[in-house]
Design a protein around this ligand. Structure first.
Ligand SMILES: [Zn+2]
Length: 271
């Protein structure tokens, strides 16, 4: 599942392949941008912003995408005109003389004037992998809603940008915090956001996400995706929980022993 580390790595690869070169191909396969043609324009840079990816193209255009749950940008050598076997899933194809970047299953795709980027990413909190990462501001934003469940609060990109379901579950486990614990009872928020940054930073270059230090299958995460399996520390069986308002429930995972339940807000159920 793409989280801040995946997007950071994707942006870096695309930057290396496309920045400073002229586009020889530019196809957006979404109705409202289908006629956009930026062939011949120079790609200035490709930058990540939380879980969003921005391709800045001269003069003053930005291609914004969000990978959602299943999206990806893949690079291949530009050896011809075909975007490859996933052509029917491609939503965007960008190429220069050497490389072709194919965006598939993108949850969002917009082409905007660069000065309008703020409309798309201006709501984001401090970017965990950004050059402007600001832990104090992330803490301030989290603390502003003290009754919110910790799992929901750290997933909210307006508080801090880059955490998805995997890091949410792993972060709370490592801090010994039950996912439903209200933010006011979640202990030292400064330590929590700094740990979040360390986890994403450590994985930003790695093709395989590991939060345990153990690369063996089934042991790469402490709790995420491990419901019904024993906790790697205490052997208690990991459980799955649904967090958040009904319309946007998210799964979390926790160890009932390592993450004892505090006073839970309403609307939380375990399975
Ligand atoms: Zn445990």
């Amino acid at each position: 599942m793409p989280e801040g580390d995946t997007v950071w790595r994707t942006a870096r690869r695309m930057h290396e392949a496309l920045a400073g070169t002229v586009l020889t191909r530019f196809d957006l396969r979404v109705p409202r941008h289908a006629t956009a043609d930026l062939r011949g324009q120079l790609v200035r840079e490709v930058v990540p912003r939380g879980k969003h990816l921005l391709v800045r193209i001269e003069p003053g255009r930005t291609l914004h995408s969000h990978l959602g749950m299943d999206g990806s940008w893949r690079l291949r050598r530009n050896a011809g005109s075909s975007p490859g076997r996933d052509a029917h899933l491609a939503r965007a194809v960008l190429a220069n003389d050497t490389w072709m970047a194919v965006g598939t299953d993108l949850a969002k795709l917009d082409l905007v004037a660069s000065e309008r980027e703020v409309d798309l990413v201006g709501h984001l909190g401090p970017d965990l992998l950004g050059p402007d990462w600001d832990p104090a501001e992330a803490v301030r934003r989290l603390a502003a809603s003290p009754e919110r469940a910790a799992a929901e609060a750290v997933l909210d990109q307006r508080n801090l940008a880059g955490i998805g379901n995997v890091y949410q579950a792993e972060l709370l486990y490592l801090r010994g915090i039950h996912p439903a614990t209200p933010v006011r009872a979640a202990g030292d928020l400064d330590r929590m956001v700094r740990l979040a940054r360390e986890l994403l930073w450590a994985n930003r270059l790695a093709p395989m996400r590991v939060t345990t230090g153990d690369r063996r299958p089934g042991r790469r995460t402490w709790v995420y995706g491990r419901a019904g399996e024993p906790c790697l520390r205490c052997q208690t069986l990991i459980r799955r929980i649904e967090i958040g308002p009904l319309a946007r429930r998210r799964s979390s995972y926790f160890c009932p022993y390592c993450q004892p339940e505090q006073d839970s807000p309403a609307g939380v159920g375990t399975s």
